[in-house]
Write a protein that binds this ligand. Sequence first.
Ligand SMILES: [Zn+2]
Length: 353
Amino acid sequence: MPVLTRLIPSPVVVDIRRGALDDLAGLLADQRISASGKLAVAISDGSGRALRERLAPALPGAHWYPVADGTLDSAVKLADDIKGNRYDAVVGLGGGKIVDVAKYAAARVGLPLVAVATNLAHDGLCSPVATLDNDNGRGSYGVPTPIAVVIDLDIVREAPARFVRSGIGDAVSNISCVADWELAHEVNGEEIDGLAAAMARQAGEAVLRHPGGIGDDAFLKVLAEGLVLTGISMSVAGDSRPASGACHEINHAFDLLYPKRAASHGEQVGLGACFAMHLRGAREDSLLMAVTLRRHGLPVLPEDIGFTADEFVRAVDYAPQTRPGRFTILEHLNLSTDQIRDAYADYAKTISS
Ligand SMILES: [Zn+2]
């Protein structure tokens, strides 16, 4: 008997629209996620206060847990604080760090997680991964997919524009990540999941080709949906492969080599993806990506985020070491430092012309 279909771990609810937050309590009750209203809500200690004041009357059964930072220690502390209280669910209400801390804590105490994202900085809001700072830098921890994802576009608009731009870079980078996956399939016979690849690539292409900007609801919706679908593509694949390739290795290298000066995740992966597309000979794609990123105010050259060409070359050189075992265009070409420098000069010339 062949396997006819497969089940995809995915949220029961995806609610992306203006004013979504006002209906949060009703949504949790209607979907039987929390019939009693007993919720543990993780929220940022600073910027989360205003949201708490606004939402508290609608969530009388909720207990509020301020989270200091995005560390593993904070996540473990949150889990310790909420355990034994018979909550129906954990709500992560905030940016990427808060959602990741809540994801990890919810997994630890065996409760479902409701992700309420207040910005669109990266594709982690619906992914089966929590990225947390630990004693050794930064780690990725496997967690269940959120049971619900709520994105209120009115709240997203209030977030600094940088955070929304960062999500654009992360979504668009999928195109390069999937190209890396296909390369690994062709060269090394690495298994590729066609559905996961399709979801991640379509999310990237939709954002890449959308004519709107971060001021438009239509664009924000496509971006938010793209980031949610990217997260689910990682659940389908069983790891971050569909949304993490050479561009993400370059991003990790920036974080590790220049921890104090690193730019946002999306800024670095967008730049990395543009360069990676150029390296693989996809000049047209690299150029289109550069034009789009520029239009949204995202960097396409290291200088745009305060790095010299040499510092970028060093990051590209170091990048493969950040993710041993992952095969991308960087591992495939295995360029010397001089060759990277030449390739970068060619890239800079091409996209500046
Ligand atoms: Zn990413």
